[in-house]
Design a protein around this ligand. Structure first.
Ligand code: COA
Length: 260
């Protein structure tokens, strides 16, 4: 799987999103590879920390829009997105027991931003641009972002990000606490690695227990929100507004929602 590169060194698993010609947008196979990487990190005692990174120009343009267009309606047998690779990935990252660090440069769209709410530390290049344009695509939030974004940013800033779908830059992300530090894009991946090595040198059981204790209060709500969002998302994917938004993106034109 060349679109997700996997590298293990000194107790650190690095997952590099590597589909630059499509701005690192995620296909189902890429979600499956990310979920498999996190599963390996969970069970392999030699892996203590995971780093998720893109390159210095792009983190991820979110879900592949061509893939969205091809999604079949969910059925009774396979309700919502619950049985899909994206769901496996969301469950894996939300419940991952060991530390996860992200290095983010350039665009981080959709799941490129929402996955960061499930990372423990985030280092951003000063060119990082975060956005969650779900409404602009006729969709709704995922990855429990409808719960976690208002909680982190406050309701009104969350509404700007999730209702208007307005992008925000690294400085704003630092201010609301989504990002730990802003660094030059050339240094972001190296800073994440250095922090990962610091964590990897600490007692693993203490790390795991501390993360569990910090997360346990909200975890049932996070999992319930992922499920509810998933059902709404799957329904909205089949609606005319989403079809128009995806088609417009592929045809490189503005969407026309006047008939939807
Ligand atoms: N799905 C599929 N292809 C995508 C994509 C996505 N999410 N994002 C970018 N691409 C493709 C473009 O179609 C283009 O392909 P082409 O060269 O075959 O025409 C290529 O990647 C480069 O994208 P481009 O838009 O020209 O790059 P840019 O630097 O001008 O803009 C982004 C980068 C990320 C701001 C822009 O591509 C974008 O907004 N992408 C869509 C993001 C989105 O809505 N994601 C879904 C979130 S739920």
């Amino acid at each position: 799987m060349q679109d997700i590169l996997t590298h293990i060194d000194a107790g650190v698993l690095t997952l590099t999103i590597n589909r630059p010609d499509k701005k690192n947008s995620f296909t189902p196979a890429m979600y499956a590879a990310m979920a498999a990487g996190l599963e390996q990190a969970k069970t392999d005692p030699t892996i203590r920390v995971t780093v998720i990174q893109g390159d210095m120009t792009v983190f991820s343009a979110g879900n592949d829009i061509g893939d969205f267009l091809q999604r079949k309606p969910s059925s009774q047998e396979s309700p919502a997105l619950q049985a899909s690779p994206v769901f496996d990935f969301l469950h894996a990252i939300a419940q991952h027991p060991k530390p996860i660090i992200a290095a983010v440069c350039g665009p981080a769209v959709g799941i490129g931003t929402t996955l960061l709410f499930h990372c423990d530390l985030v280092y951003a290049g000063d060119n990082a641009a975060f956005s969650m344009p779900f409404v602009n695509l006729g969709l709704c939030p995922e990855a429990a972002s409808s719960l976690l974004v208002p909680q982190m940013m406050g309701y009104h800033r969350a509404a700007e990000a999730l209702l208007l779908g307005e992008p925000f830059m690294a400085e704003a992300a630092l201010e609301v606490g989504l990002v730990n530090r802003i660094v030059p894009p050339t240094e972001a991946n190296a800073v994440a690695q250095a922090q990962a090595r610091k964590l990897a040198a600490k007692p693993l059981e203490s790390l795991v227990e501390t993360k569990r204790l910090m997360k346990k209060g909200l975890m049932p709500q996070v999992l319930a929100q992922i499920a509810e969002e998933g059902a709404s998302f799957a329904r909205l994917l089949q609606e005319p507004a989403a079809k128009e938004a995806f088609t417009a993106f592929m045809e490189k034109r503005k969407p026309d929602f006047s008939k939807t």
